[in-house]
Design a protein around this ligand. Structure first.
Ligand code: ZN
Length: 371
């Protein structure tokens, strides 16, 4: 019984986390400057709407130009039918807000088969793509904004595009351009940038509590892992609805599904001029397999694990100490409990965080018996 109460005590950490979430949500930056001409670089046909659809709509409303470049055709080299379908959907989506066909450039390189790679774009094709993007950026109007994938994207094509864009930016002498990075799909967790996704991920990793955490779609959106959260445009329901209507036009991708996962306001962050081509130092976050954890998350996890050990230890110790003679039956019962917890952790496929949580609980029970 004590263990259950201790476990409930552990959950009291959550109000504290909720406080941090509230604090971080109030820190969201809003981009209030008048929209400029814009060049959006995307790896796949739906990416440019997801990353900067709202910004483009806003630019068009101010009579500014919108130029869009796609690195891949959204299909493998062999599947030309799919490439053509996606090309037409893209033109349809952008045409619906007034972007002309001549302002949409498809580089048509092959899309990677899997998110994690390997990519199918050869070094020669990459060099050719740099030349094309150099041409586009050189021709961009003065003070134009350039949108590219953020650092730490999970999809290898997004990462390749970022490298290509950086190389192109390095080749042109355009200090007037404003470069923005857009987090779209990543495994970054930060209490300050993506508090909702972080809390849900942590909740799902704790045994028992994970049953209570919903697995709803669209919970926890990608954001940055260090240096503050991405910026937003001032909220506008009509503009957001227009962006969602554009996403729905990607029928072959399951338009409604895209809306559910990516139908949120644009999020982007400026990369200062001197930092073009320089990505964040690795000490700015911790890397666990493919996940990138902000230090805020690491600290929270250490606190959580330490609490689990201490709570389990004091729980077991408290129960055993209640008897004047620490009876062997009690010790044996807790040893059995330890074996069950350890066995549960060792058996079956748990995610890494859950394994660690179970291990900590196991360590706490063992320490409680021994001390
Ligand atoms: Zn993509």
């Amino acid at each position: 019984m004590t263990l259950i109460w201790d476990f409930i005590g552990l959950l009291a950490l959550y109000p504290l986390m909720a406080f941090v979430v509230g604090l971080s949500l109030s820190r969201r930056r809003v981009h209030r400057a008048t929209p400029t001409d814009v060049v959006i670089l995307g790896a796949h046909p739906d990416d440019c709407v997801i990353s900067a659809g709202e910004y483009a709509i806003e630019s068009l409303a101010f009579g500014k130009s919108v130029r869009i470049v796609f690195l891949t055709s959204g299909s493998s080299r062999e599947d030309q039918t799919r490439a053509e379908v996606r090309r037409l959907e893209t033109l349809d989506a952008w045409g619906s807000v007034g972007v002309e066909e001549q302002d949409v450039l498809f580089l048509g390189l092959p899309q990677a088969e899997r998110i994690t790679g390997p990519g199918r774009i050869t070094p020669d094709e990459q060099a050719w793509a740099v030349d094309r993007i150099v041409e586009v950026l050189s021709a961009a109007p003065p003070d134009a904004s350039v949108f590219l994938p953020a650092e730490g994207e999970s999809h290898c094509d997004h990462r390749t595009l970022r490298t290509i864009a950086y190389e192109a930016l390095g080749r042109i002498d355009r200090a007037d351009l404003c470069v923005y990075e857009c987090p779209e799909y990543n495994h970054s967790y930060s209490l300050f940038s993506s508090p909702v996704r972080t809390l849900f991920a942590m909740g799902r990793s704790i045994p028992i509590l994970s049953k209570l955490v919903p697995r709803k779609d669209g919970l926890g959106r990608a954001d940055t892992v260090f240096g503050g959260p991405a910026w937003r445009l001032p909220a506008c329901a009509d503009r957001l609805e227009m962006k969602r209507a554009m996403l729905r036009r990607f029928v072959s991708e399951g338009g409604e599904l895209l809306v559910r996962y990516f139908g949120y306001p644009d999020r982007f962050r400026p990369i200062p001029h001197g930092r073009w081509g320089v990505d964040g130092a690795s000490w700015k976050y911790a890397r666990v397999r493919e996940r990138r954890l902000a230090w805020s998350v690491v600290v929270l996890w250490v606190v959580l694990w330490a609490s689990i050990v201490i709570e389990a230890m004091s729980g077991v110790h408290g129960v055993l100490a209640m008897d004047e003679i620490p009876n062997r039956v009690g010790v044996a019962a807790f040893a059995l409990l330890g074996i069950v917890i350890g066995g549960y952790g060792a058996r079956g496929k748990h995610q890494l965080e859950k394994r660690i949580t179970i291990l900590m609980l196991f360590a706490g029970v063992c320490a409680g018996i021994l001390l």
